[in-house]
Design a protein around this ligand. Structure first.
Ligand code: ATP
Length: 214
């Protein structure tokens, strides 16, 4: 039996319970051996994150320390070019055995944006895609994804076989938390306790991140 590895990429600006609880539930439900949280160095699709890549990485490290099977994958931060997911998948796949299963976790909003990604049509050659619900998101996928969904989606994520090639929707506890909301709360001097792990909150406070004076 091959290994089962999950990847959750993101800006993690900052990491929060929406990421962490979803990651843990999916890892448990699918019996993943490892779920790698991969902070993006220079997200090609997004505004420059507010805090440094090293701070975002440190917060993810604080968040998952000792929480098996969650681990941090810092390869995108070490790379001196834009963080395309296809590159990360190719590099990760090259390190795995042929029968290892690779699962790319995408929140619904990220999934809907897929057609704008670099070489997005090749992603499924390397992994299965697991789509996480986000309670505050629109319910209809964009037209560009309809054919792909018709051809590749399976209803039961537990039934995904083979190393790559399919899409499944996973249920996890809906948590309508976003990093945007957390940045806004902090910028207006409000508490984010219980929206991020205590260790992340301690890091934010110790480094004065996201406060209006920054
Ligand atoms: P921002 O508010 O800055 O856009 P975000 O909260 O969406 O940030 P990202 O780092 O962009 O966080 O998200 C990384 C991945 O995690 C994406 O695939 C995103 O869809 C998913 N995700 C983020 N928050 C949640 C949540 N509350 N529930 C499920 N998935 C989530």
């Amino acid at each position: 039996m091959g290994k089962r590895i999950g990847l959750l990429g993101g800006t993690f600006d900052p990491v929060h319970i929406g990421h962490l609880r979803s990651a843990l539930e999916v890892a448990d439900a699918l019996g993943l051996d490892e779920l790698r949280l991969t902070p993006n160095a220079r997200p090609p699709h997004r505004d420059t994150p507010q805090v440094s890549p090293l701070d975002r990485l440190a917060m993810v490290q604080c968040a998952v320390a000792g929480i098996s099977p969650l681990v941090v994958d810092d390869r995108e931060l070490k790379r001196d070019k834009p963080s395309y997911t296809i590159d990360t998948l190719e590099l990760t796949r090259a390190e795995l055995a042929a029968d290892d299963q690779l699962f790319l976790l995408l929140g619904w909003d990220a999934f809907c944006g897929l057609p704008t990604w670099h070489r997005w049509e090749e992603l499924l050659q390397h992994c299965h895609i697991l789509v996480l619900q986000r309670p505050d998101a629109d319910s209809e996928p964009p037209d560009a994804l309809r054919n792909l969904l018709a051809a590749r989606s399976v209803s039961d994520p537990q039934a995904l076989t083979g190393p790559s090639g399919n899409i499944a929707f996973v249920w996890q506890t809906p948590l309508a938390v976003s990093a945007t909301q957390i940045r806004q709360l902090l910028a207006s001097g409000k508490s984010v306790r219980f929206l991020v792990p205590d260790a992340v909150l301690a890091y934010i406070d110790a480094h004065g991140l996201y406060r209006a004076s920054n």
